[in-house]
Design a protein around this ligand. Structure first.
Ligand SMILES: [Zn+2]
Ligand SMILES: [Zn+2]
Length: 376
């Protein structure tokens, strides 16, 4: 059970931006891992605080959290985590926001200028048939990967990055200004603390190169439109040996000519002639399992009548269950009548009784009563 975000930050539900920020700042300072080395509890608490603040400082996320609680961020897709949670990028960003100057660039110093690679997004469109059967898709992603020549260090093989002389490796320089001393990012090494004297010829010192990679992605049967699949570590390579980002596959389903989908159920509108509806009949519908199913309709079938074909819908994701296929009848009124047809229908009209169309007969007589009641 996750703790309530407001309780985590020790603020009321109505807390404004300023209160949130100051509560976060205070707690984050208290539980910062640098101040509590080796304390797993403090580290956990620190992460919780970050996640709570990240959510509540964003008006949209906050509104979603107020309405749905933690569930608002848990159904985003498969593979867990995702954008909403306290995951990778977002948290680091707010951390930098608040602590960037305050902590004196400590993060950069510790990591020696390593940067996490960016997350990548790949849009994939699949057909309903593919969503039905599931598939393994091969995708080609142009992405930067760690340079194999220098193993991501950026330095020419056989050489090492050297400590920056300007900042002695701290990545920060101090300048006195009156009574104050101001710290800023080292202009020589741009905060990395190290300088590459002989850059790797393959990657020009970046530690990564661009390549097109081929990946196989497993699309499970029954997948929904709008699903996001995360491939951890398959995003852009980090800078100078930093960790790779993630690759997100955004799936969308192409509209189908015959079937509309609602969860695991499918709907298919079938137009039939007026005479078939009146006399009864049958037709075949193709289903996604590659078979045909015969649908019998009784005489006197009304428009919009639904027939259910059990188990002929979509597979339910990761479950051995199937949805249903609903056949929706749409009666087509005859058009472009020739003389003979018109005569036959007029003859039909003459010999018809109220029993043939009880609904319309009943409707107009009730309407008449209603009208007479009004004018009394
Ligand atoms: Zn290289
Ligand atoms: Zn420097």
């Amino acid at each position: 059970m996750k703790a309530d975000y407001y309780e985590t930050l020790g603020v009321g539900k109505g807390a404004d931006e300023k209160e949130l920020k100051s509560a976060f700042r205070k707690l984050a300072m208290q539980f910062h891992p640098d101040k509590n080395p080796g304390d797993a509890n403090a580290e956990h608490k620190f992460k919780e605080i970050g996640e709570a603040y990240e959510t509540l400082k964003d008006p949209q996320k906050r509104a979603a959290y107020d309405r749905f609680g933690h569930a608002a961020f848990e159904n985003g897709g498969m593979g867990g985590g995702g954008f909403g949670g306290g995951g990778s990028g977002g948290f680091a960003d707010i951390f930098e926001d608040i602590f960037g100057e305050m902590m004196g660039g400590g993060r950069q110093r510790r990591s020696g200028g390593r940067e996490r690679g960016a997350d990548l997004r790949y849009n994939m469109e699949i057909t309903l048939e593919e969503a039905y059967a599931g598939k393994t898709a091969q995708i080609h992603v142009p992405t930067s990967i760690t340079c194999d020549e220098c193993s991501g260090s950026g330095a020419k093989p056989g050489t090492q990055p050297v400590t920056c002389g300007t900042c002695s490796g701290s990545g920060r320089v101090r300048a006195a200004q009156g009574f104050f001393s101001i710290e800023r990012t080292c202009p020589t090494c741009h905060g990395r603390g190290q300088i590459i004297k002989d850059p790797c010829p393959k990657c020009s010192g970046q530690g990564r190169i661009t390549e097109e990679r081929s990946l196989s992605v497993n699309i499970p049967a029954g997948i929904e439109d709008g699903t996001r699949i995360r491939l951890t570590g398959e995003g852009e390579a980090g800078l100078r040996g930093g960790p790779s980002g993630d690759l997100y596959i955004f799936l969308s389903l192409k509209p189908h000519e015959f079937f509309q989908r609602d969860g695991a159920d499918l709907y298919c509108k079938v137009p039939i002639s007026m005479t078939t509806a009146a006399l009864g009949g049958q037709f075949e519908v193709a289903t996604l399992d590659g078979t045909q199913t015969r649908v019998k309709i009784p005489d006197g079938t009304q428009n919009a009548k639904q027939f259910r074909l059990k188990g002929k819908g979509m597979p339910v994701l990761r479950q051995p269950a199937m949805g249903d296929l609903y056949i929706q009848i749409a009666i087509e009124t005859p058009q472009n009548l020739n003389k003979k047809q018109r005569e036959l229908l007029e003859e039909f009209e003459r010999v018809s009784s109220q029993d043939n169309s009880p609904q319309s007969t009943g409707f107009f007589s009730r309407m008449k009563d209603f009208f007479e009641g009004l004018s009394e």
